[in-house]
Design a binder for this molecule. Structure first.
Ligand code: MG
Length: 387
């Protein structure tokens, strides 16, 4: 047994990736980095590799390969490129846990390869469970692999469930900050710009998830993620808007008792808990002060304005490849919104049309999910071009 936990960090240059490296740097006796991967940001990847000395890095975009290899070859750090390398590095012997902080559908294949290789997963890539929750949860059980949530809400639920193995969950409440447009109606959002949508009140995150938070798609994806992580029926998952983001989520048990996990919002906490479960590490994070928050408030989510959240419940109820269709449409819609090709309210419109426009499969295989993803992207892209 190795004393240090050896981490393959997929998506090391993004928001979760860089915060994970801060955690690793704080506890050098507990963690070491075996693998770093990045999509395109070759300069930051090189900088990280020189500092954390992984065995291997993957720069997925081939354009960055030569630069990375020139910088790291003499350092004894192997450099690979491409999608296949991204999946293959999760299987290496020198890896104890795979932290997947990839964005979107791209996280699916590496996660499946890692589970097949018997590696535990720290999951920040919620889209993987949205798209293929049933297949992934079955596979994880079959391979004896644990999936530790990194998403703050799911980490909260996970923390509330410690010691409750014999007690069934009655329901869970996922909290939502409501994002920058909480309280707004559709007519207020007609001319919303991406600059406004990119300003999240409480959390610093990457562009995709920040837009998803503004449109409530993020909470919708989290509802589906929670279903698979905690093996829940659809009617056991509720969303409550909580603008202060102090209560990170709650579990209600069959006696009516509720447990919440609370604290100032800082992603480093769920990241390190996923890496050290069931232990907690001493931190110097800023502590919560009640007097700074005399009022913690809660409101109903507005499904009329934020139709993405309603769509997520609908595709969860439909099942099959429907969540995969929604996810693919949404990835295309968010990319188009970030390029000013569609308006804010059209995010959900693209999603809704694509759900109706792509063939439904009740029990999709993995290959059928890849094909669904491809078709849904094409459909959404074409719909946007014809707007
Ligand atoms: Mg979250």
């Amino acid at each position: 047994m190795h004393k240090k936990k050896r981490i393959a960090l997929l998506g090391s240059t993004g928001s979760i990736g860089t915060q994970t490296l801060e955690v690793v740097k704080t506890y050098p006796d507990l963690f070491e980095i075996s693998v770093l991967t990045a999509n395109r940001n070759v300069d930051l990847l090189i900088e990280q590799a020189l500092l954390f000395r992984p065995n291997v890095v993957v720069i997925v975009d081939e354009a960055g390969y030569e630069k990375a290899n020139a910088a790291l070859f003499e350092e004894g750090i192997k450099v690979y490129t491409g999608e296949e390398a991204l999946a293959a590095v999760t299987e290496m012997d020198e890896v104890d846990i795979v932290l997947t902080a990839l964005v979107g559908f791209s996280g699916l294949k590496p996660t499946i390869r890692a589970i097949n290789a018997g590696k535990n997963i720290a999951l920040a890539n919620k889209e993987t469970l949205v798209v293929a929750g049933e297949i992934i949860s079955k596979l994880a059980i079959e391979k004896g692999v644990s999936i530790y949530p990194v998403d703050s809400e799911h980490s909260a639920i996970f923390q509330c469930l410690v010691g409750e193995e014999r007690n069934p969950i009655e329901k869970i409440y996922l909290t939502a900050s409501g994002g920058p447009f909480r309280g707004k109606k559709r007519e207020d959002l007609l001319n919303t710009t991406k600059e406004q949508a990119l300003k999240h009140p409480n959390w610093e995150m990457g562009a995709k998830i920040t837009i998803d938070s503004a449109s409530m798609m993020n909470k919708g994806l989290e509802v589906i993620e929670a279903k698979w992580l905690f093996n829940l029926r659809n009617d056991q998952i509720d969303v409550i808007v909580h603008p202060q983001s102090i209560v990170h989520s709650l579990v209600q048990f069959e006696d009516g008792s509720m447990k919440a996990q609370m604290g100032l919002p800082d992603m480093k906490l769920p990241i390190q808990y996923a890496l050290t479960y069931p232990y907690r590490l001493k931190t110097d994070f800023e502590r919560f002060n009640f007097l700074d928050y005399p009022n913690l408030t809660f409101e109903k989510a507005d499904l009329e304005t934020f139709t993405n959240l309603r769509l997520a419940y609908e595709v969860m109820e439909i099942g099959g490849n429907a969540p995969c269709i929604l996810n693919a449409a949404n990835e295309i819609a968010v990319a188009a919104f970030l390029k000013d090709e569609i308006k804010f309210l059209q995010l959900a419109e693209v999603n809704e049309k694509t759900i109706k426009g792509v063939d439904f499969i009740k029990h999709p295989t993995l290959d059928e999910l890849y094909e669904t993803d491809r078709q849904a992207r094409l459909f959404a892209q074409k719909y946007i071009e014809n707007l």
